[in-house]
Design a protein around this ligand. Structure first.
Ligand code: FAD
Ligand code: FES
Ligand code: FES
Length: 469
């Protein structure tokens, strides 16, 4: 477990810390993968965590000289809402939108998704099809690596321990290029891909000039489907052509049997998914089901990095100072805990609950600097200098918040264990969508699980709160 938590105020300080601590250190971005890896002892020997979330300008998405540049702090929720990505890197925006739940997407970064290097990680698939490259920096210089050469195996990359991924870049899609990302999982949200696929095509008068097809979760790393790509060149897309390309793509896959699916099922689904992706492009339906304004649970403002004047080094001896429900607190002795356990065990706010402890259920939801997030996946020292709100911070004295009142009146509570999370989500949803439709409500609530009330009354409570605001 870590003994030092460095909150870097600048990129230079982060790189210096990496150079000093090498293999004993890990970068912390959203921590949605890292916290689980540390809790499950997947990564042994990690003693120093280097938090990069307070470094200014790492969260920028820019379009320059025909290239799209994505910073290492860019969140999936930023990507799904980004006009630049929607126009010039649509399959990436789509993949980010499919990651986890809104609360996960509010912490998790695209860079973290690339570095974790799981073959089921969603954003690698479209980025590979878009011809992306990554910039790796250390104190001794920087290098650019095509994403196709970044991976050496399951959860393995060419990145050295002293390097940080500082940029993802890809050529902006041109007006004659079309692309789509599709994933297949076992449910609608919070779903790890059983199979995923991206297609990026260059078309002239409906004829394919160039095709990039990439597949996820069917080999140790994300792979291309070269036979399918070659077959598509010079073809006009129709049902038969799309089916044949799907068949050829399935031949490129080398899936395994695991808990989620058999290898045979995965191979068949590659054919289905690739065919579907190509027909969507042929029929101009790439954006089908992709919401114009997805619920982000940011409230009114985009998440900001909340910069620090200088780098802070925290150890077990240093108190973690932060603000919770409007009160300044300073806590020692919670250094290796999650923010959830810090709040519950050290500060006494037991509103956020621990149910799954793995980011799956939303019971631990809090606002971090105004944005909905899952406190079970946040290392306690990451709260340093932050403004946290728990469900206890919503009521005004004895008067419940309007959303709490609506949950009571709609009978949307049974055991109540999940209720703080649902209430927190609803508060953020209504700040950004005062009159949400059913679909938006369901999407916003997709990261909150209830085991006993059932969702009808909860959805009705949200509608009631919206009406009565
Ligand atoms: C409930 C749940 C659902 C999920 N659903 C999905 C899903 O649907 N699809 C999917 O693809 N993933 C999913 N994930 C996985 C995870 O959320 C993503 O991989 C996420 O993008 C990781 O980003 P992060 O910022 O949280 O990374 P972190 O956890 O902060 O970091 C991950 C790894 O990358 C390293 N790292 C991070 N940034 C850098 C950098 N700039 N330079 C060098 N190293 C770096 C860290 O040291 C660490 O080893 C899910 C996770 C959870 C808990
Ligand atoms: S999401 Fe944090 S406890 Fe379930
Ligand atoms: S009310 Fe019991 S889990 Fe939702």
């Amino acid at each position: 477990m870590w003994h030092t938590y460095i909150i870097a105020a600048s990129l230079e300080d982060a790189l210096k810390a990496l150079a000093e601590h090498g293999e004993r250190a890990r970068i912390v971005a959203g921590a949605t993968d890292l916290m689980l890896e540390l809790q499950r002892n997947v990564r042994s020997g990690v003693e120093v965590l280097i938090d990069i979330t307070r470094i200014p300008r790492l969260d920028e998405i820019a379009l320059t000289d025909g290239w799209v540049h994505v910073g290492p702090g860019v969140l999936h929720s930023q990507a799904e809402a980004s006009p630049i990505l929607r126009q010039y890197g649509f399959p990436l925006a789509q993949a980010s939108w499919g990651v986890g739940s809104p609360q996960i997407r509010n912490r998790a970064t695209i860079a973290g998704n690339l570095v974790t290097a799981s073959p089921a990680n969603d954003t690698i698939v479209p980025l590979m099809a878009l011809g992306a490259q990554v910039t790796l920096r250390s104190v001794s210089g920087k290098r650019t690596v095509p994403l196709s050469e970044f991976y050496t195996g399951v959860r393995r990359t060419v990145m050295r321990p002293d390097e940080m991924l500082t940029e993802i870049a890809f050529p902006a899609m041109k007006p004659n290029q079309r692309g789509v990302f599709l994933k297949m999982g076992l449910r609608q949200a919070q779903v790890i891909s059983v199979v995923s696929a991206a297609a990026v095509l260059t078309l002239e008068d409906g004829v394919v000039q160039d095709a990039k097809i990439t597949l996820g979760a069917v080999a140790p790393t994300i792979i291309r489907a070269p036979e399918a790509e070659a077959y598509l060149k010079g073809k006009t897309l129709d049902e038969a052509v799309a089916a044949e390309a799907g068949r050829l793509a399935a031949e490129a896959a080398h899936p395994i049997d695991d808990l989620r699916a058999s290898a045979e099922y995965r191979r068949r689904m590659v054919a289905v998914l690739v065919k579907r992706a190509l027909l969507r492009i042929a029929e101009g339906r790439e954006a089908e089901n992709f919401p114009e304004r997805p619920p982000l649970l940011w409230g009114k403002a985009r998440p900001q990095p909340n910069p620090l004047p200088k780098t802070v080094v925290l150890t077990e001896e240093t108190p973690i100072r932060f603000r919770v429900n409007g009160r300044e607190v300073s806590v020692k002795g919670a250094f290796r805990k999650s923010l959830l356990r810090l709040l519950r065990e050290e500060v006494g706010f037991t509103g956020p609950k621990e149910a799954c402890g793995e980011g799956e259920c939303g019971a631990c939801e809090v606002f971090v600097d105004g944005v909905a997030a899952l406190s079970c996946l946040i290392p306690a020292p990451a709260a340093y200098g932050r403004d946290i709100v728990t469900v206890e911070g919503l009521a005004q004295g004895e008067t419940l918040h309007a959303v709490q009142q609506a949950f009571v009146e709609a009978g949307a509570v049974q055991c109540g264990f999940c209720t703080p999370g649902f209430v927190m989500t609803t508060v953020k949803l209504l700040e950004e969508h005062p009159h949400p439709d059913r679909e938006t409500i369901q999407e916003a609530l997709s990261g909150n699980l209830c085991r006993c009330t059932g969702y009808y009354k909860i959805v009705r409570a949200v509608e009631r709160a919206a009406r009565e605001r």
